[in-house]
Each structure stands twice: as structure tokens, then as C-alpha cells.
Design a binder for this molecule. Structure first.
Ligand code: ATP
Length: 318
């Protein structure tokens, strides 16, 4: 029997629990012994590593977050702690790792592989969908569905009270969540870091719409734009003459029941990652693009910033 472990690193996403469930099932199907490493690289250093049983994953497919915890770890950036991590894995004869995380986590693992030859496969997991080389990261669809539900509710109150709502979405310097939300929520305006804008350009049109009976506006603003959401709301009050409110969706976007798409993608990411490790992939990330699932190097995934799909960007009116 060979041993394989999984950990979660960086921000948690909805879809990690379905991935953990599939990990235990598929590892056993492949006659591997599955292990959980609790609390990310911190747990790897502190030897929080335990054999994973079916009972550990029973009932978790419906839950957001991750049952085994996630963390950021300053210590893992230091060689002395990575050596401790390697000794912990050796003691349990674990020589394959799966990591649900972002590009920072993959860089750390690349270093770990180069130093200690622990084979790993990264599974892109971030609601920001900003990892180069993959069109999909685990957690994105669940986050988009939470945003959809929130905005549908905000629309109800915006229309009743005749207000402008500036809804701020997460994504750090990526406007992906805001862009998809804009295209699927019927909002009037989408403000993202990938696109320059000047609110004054919309003034005449929005005033005209108000005169013609528009009762409310929905604005989707990505957290990464330079302007503060409150300043945008103030602009609506001062220039358009409509009461305005800000709604920062925040961390609710990361939690909640995993969507069908995330459950299925979790399933496929895990199967492909384990197959890849068994077929000789040592130091890579399993990506999903128009060609399907394929393995990409850490260099390719981490060296370039992901750019937004130009077709989607083209749909946004400027
Ligand atoms: P998210 O996008 O959700 O933040 P991430 O994986 O990009 O996920 P980071 O905080 O960048 O999150 O990285 C997670 C962890 O990976 C860090 O806390 C650290 O332990 C490790 N790590 C990141 N960069 C390096 C590096 N250059 N060398 C060693 N370890 C690293």
C-alpha cells in the first residue's frame, strides 16, 4: 500500500468538502491509504496528520468550508520548517500530496518538491478564479450562486424603496466575480479593475433613465477598483439624485452549500489529480481549460497574471 495525503491552504472555498470526500473514496479505490493533514502547512509542520476514514467524510458533501481546516503559514516559507514537514511525512511513509489552494500554496509546494522530492499535485481552489492556466477554480460557481441570491434579494428592496445599490463583490484584484454577476443579474453598471471608467460618462444617460421612470439602479463593484464603494453611492446621490446604499457582500461569498458544478468539479479534479500522480506527474497543477483537464507546471500557473476572457469583457458597455 502507498500513502497519499491532502491538505487545504489559503482561503477556504465551498467545494473543498466534496473534494475531501472524493479523495478518501478514490484513494481507497486505487489501493492507496488516504491521510488528512489538518490546518494547512501549519498542520504539516505540527504533525497534525491522520489516516482518513470513510466516517470522516460522511455527510460533508453538503457543507461549505473545509472539514480539515485551512491556514496560511509563515513558517512554511522557511527551509527549517519545511524539513520538519518532510520528516513528518517520512514517518508515515507519505510520498504524495494533494493541495487545495491558490498560487501561493503551489509556489511553496514547488520549493518543497525541489528540496525534498515530495510529489504533489495542486488543485486550483479560489473564488477569485484568478489562477493562470485554468478556466475554472473550485469554489467559483458556489460563490457566484451566493452572490446571485444576494443580489436578487437586494433588487427587491432597491425597487421597493427607489434606491441605487452599490454591491461590492470579492476578488482581490480580479473583476471576474463582478463581471459574471453583472452579465447574469441585469445590473446597470459593472466596475472592475480590468476596465477604466469615469462615472461622469454615465451621468446623462442615468438621469435620462430616471426621467423616463427608472426606479432603481444596481451597480456591481469589484473590491479591487480604486474607488471606494461609498464614493460611488455618494455620486449617485449627488449627480443622479437618487438615494443610494452600499452592500459589501464579504465573506458570505466563500461559504454555503457547494453547488452542483462545484461538487462535480471537485470529483473530477480529485480523480484526475490522483491519476496524474500515479502516472508520474510530480510537480504540477491540474487545470481545466477548453481542452479538458491537463497538467501545467508551477511556472506556467504562477508566473503570469490571469487575464479576463476578452469575449466576456467585450459584453460590458463602456
Ligand atoms: P489564496 O488565493 O486563497 O490566498 P494562496 O495559496 O495563494 O491562496 P497564499 O497566502 O499566497 O494563499 O499562500 C498560502 C501559503 O503558501 C502561505 O501561507 C505559505 O505558507 C505558502 N507559501 C506561499 N508562497 C510561498 C513561497 N514563496 N515559499 C514557500 N511557501 C509559500
Amino acid at each position: 500500500m502507498r500513502n497519499i495525503a491532502i491538505l487545504c491552504s489559503g482561503g477556504d472555498v465551498s467545494g473543498m468538502n466534496p473534494a475531501l470526500k472524493r479523495f478518501v473514496e478514490y484513494a481507497k479505490e486505487k489501493e492507496l491509504t488516504p491521510y488528512f493533514i489538518y490546518d494547512g502547512f501549519e498542520g504539516l509542520i505540527d504533525n497534525k496528520i491522520k489516516a482518513a476514514r470513510y466516517s470522516d467524510v460522511s455527510g460533508i458533501i453538503t457543507r461549505g468550508g473545509t472539514k480539515i481546516g485551512s491556514a496560511r503559514s509563515e513558517r512554511f516559507k522557511q527551509a527549517e520548517f519545511r524539513l520538519i514537514a518532510k520528516k513528518n511525512l517520512d514517518a508515515l511513509e507519505i510520498d504524495m500530496l494533494l493541495v487545495l489552494g491558490g498560487d501561493g500554496s503551489f509556489k511553496g509546494l514547488d520549493l518543497f518538491y525541489k528540496e525534498h522530492k515530495v510529489k504533489f499535485c495542486g488543485i486550483p481552489s479560489t473564488i477569485d478564479n484568478d489562477i493562470n492556466g485554468t478556466d475554472y477554480c473550485l469554489g467559483v460557481d458556489s460563490a457566484l450562486n451566493i452572490i446571485k441570491t444576494s443580489i436578487d434579494a437586494i433588487r427587491d428592496t432597491a425597487s421597493s424603496f427607489s434606491r441605487a445599490f452599490v454591491v461590492e463583490t470579492m476578488g482581490r484584484d480580479s473583476g471576474y466575480l463582478a463581471l459574471i454577476t453583472h452579465l447574469t443579474s441585469g445590473s446597470e453598471l459593472c466596475l472592475i479593475p480590468e476596465r477604466e471608467y469615469n462615472l461622469a460618462d454615465y451621468e446623462e444617460e442615468f438621469k435620462h433613465q430616471m426621467k423616463n421612470g427608472r426606479r432603481y439602479f444596481l451597480v456591481i463593484a469589484a473590491e479591487g477598483i480604486e474607488q471606494n464603494s461609498q464614493d460611488i453611492a455618494d455620486w449617485f446621490e449627488e449627480k443622479i439624485g437618487i438615494e443610494a446604499r452600499v452592500s459589501v457582500l464579504g465573506h458570505i461569498q466563500r461559504g454555503g452549500n457547494p453547488s452542483v458544478k462545484d461538487r462535480l468539479m471537485a470529483y473530477k479534479f480529485i480523480v484526475n489529480a490522483i491519476d496524474g500522480l500515479l502516472d508520474g506527474q510530480n510537480d504540477s497543477v491540474i487545470c481545466y481549460d477548453r481542452f479538458g483537464f491537463n497538467f501545467k507546471s508551477i511556472e506556467e500557473v504562477t508566473s503570469t497574471k490571469k487575464v479576463l476572457d476578452s469575449e466576456l469583457l467585450g459584453y460590458v458597455k463602456s
